[in-house]
Design a protein. Structure first.
Length: 73
């Protein structure tokens, strides 16, 4: 294995570990979980109907709430 290949493999392993670590920490975030619950409840309260228009408005309300809370929807 050449030096360039070793560097490439080491970089690839490093990036993989970084991605896995960030995914695990993003999944284990009580503040995000609380925001999700709060935003779902707010969206359903604001747009309680079951038709397509209400569902679309709920989606927009949920995304706006999550963004305002500082999290990705």
């Amino acid at each position: 294995m050449t030096t360039a290949n070793r560097i490439f493999v080491a970089a690839l392993v490093g990036l993989s570990v970084g991605v896995l670590t960030s995914q695990v920490s993003a999944q284990d975030n009580p503040a995000r979980d609380a925001a999700i619950s709060r935003c779902i409840k707010a969206a359903h309260t604001q747009y309680p109907g079951d038709d397509g228009q209400q569902a679309q408005q709920r989606t927009f309300a949920y995304k706006a709430c999550m963004t305002a809370a500082g999290f990705a929807p």
